[in-house]
Design a protein around this ligand. Structure first.
Ligand SMILES: [Zn+2]
Length: 298
């Protein structure tokens, strides 16, 4: 069983625009079409049984649209193994009602992205929502560390994560990108003292960056790529070494690590291979690729 705990999709109507804005910020180039249909096709090609979609409310006014889209996706794509989480912005003051409504509608978790939501993770507004989500047994998935599109913004740094854990003691909070992207040594240190759930996205799988910013890459519905006269390069500079990845997994405990691809920003199949080839043993690989997630989700 393979479960991808970290994917993103966009509604068909805005997919090209959303991808283009994100590419403009980060320089990353998508590997597949960033729609639910594109993800379903990628899952078929990569042998992924379930994928968790992580939408992000970047502006409080998007709350209802994003969460009702998540509920609809879960209804329409249940047979394809697609599970969308919801999201809440720290400035959505009705978070308690929103959480209850998400739970009533079968949503299993919520996503936060302190960098995109422009609020430091240890802000009281996040802590209140996290406490309420814990009381309602929701999974919490959080972008950890720097974001490639916003260099130097420390809103999801290890010290802020520690502060949140100390105050809210969440049982089911998963920090994306092996705890905190770009803070690998601090995370290694932190794992000596703190229990942390983490996903593997954007840590050991190569990503692709565009060299020419002006032209856009488009992906057609069958996931074939058309590059409009731009050059791309593989960029591994931001990645964890396999040696440190294995150390982080063993410090955290393989039962606390979840496979994530960050699709469409990497290939699901390549992200699976990266875990398999990292140097972990077979039982650790099985836990990470699906067994841990199955316990939490299914
Ligand atoms: Zn992501």
């Amino acid at each position: 069983m393979i479960i991808d705990f970290h994917t993103h999709t966009f509604p068909e109507k805005i997919e090209e625009k959303a991808i283009s804005i994100l590419c403009g910020n980060s320089g990353l180039v998508p590997y597949i079409k960033g729609t639910v249909a594109g993800l379903a096709e990628s899952m078929r090609q990569s042998g992924v049984d379930y994928s968790v979609i992580l939408p992000i409310v970047t502006n409080p006014a998007q709350l209802d649209t994003i969460n009702s889209t998540a509920i609809t996706i879960n209804e329409l794509y249940a047979d394809k193994g697609i599970i969308s989480f919801g999201s809440i912005h720290p400035d959505n003051h009705n978070y308690s009602d929103v959480i209850k409504s998400l739970v009533r509608n079968g949503i299993k978790g919520i996503k936060f992205h302190p960098v995109y939501q422009e609020v430091p993770f240890d802000d009281i507004r996040y802590k209140r929502i996290i406490s309420c989500a814990c009381d309602n047994d929701l999974i919490i998935q959080v972008h950890g560390g720097y974001d490639v599109g916003f260099p130097g913004v420390d809103f999801a740094s290890p010290s802020r994560i520690k502060n949140v854990i100390n105050d809210t003691k969440p049982e089911k909070m998963i920090m994306a990108h092996m705890g905190a992207w770009g803070y690998w040594d601090e995370i290694e240190e932190m794992l000596n003292e703190y229990k942390l759930l983490m996903d593997t996205s954007f840590s050991i799988t190569k990503v692709r960056k565009q060299i020419n910013e002006k032209n856009m890459t488009t992906i057609t519905n069958d996931n074939t790529m058309k590059i409009g006269g731009i050059d791309t390069v593989e960029d591994n500079s931001c990645l964890l070494s396999n040696e440190q990845f294995v150390r982080l997994v063993r410090l955290a405990g393989a039962q606390n690590v979840f496979y994530g691809s960050d699709s469409p920003w990497s290939m699901q199949s390549e992200a699976i291979d990266a875990v398999k080839q990292s140097g972990l043993d077979d039982s650790e690989i099985k836990l990470i690729l699906g067994e841990n997630a199955a316990k939490l989700l299914l």
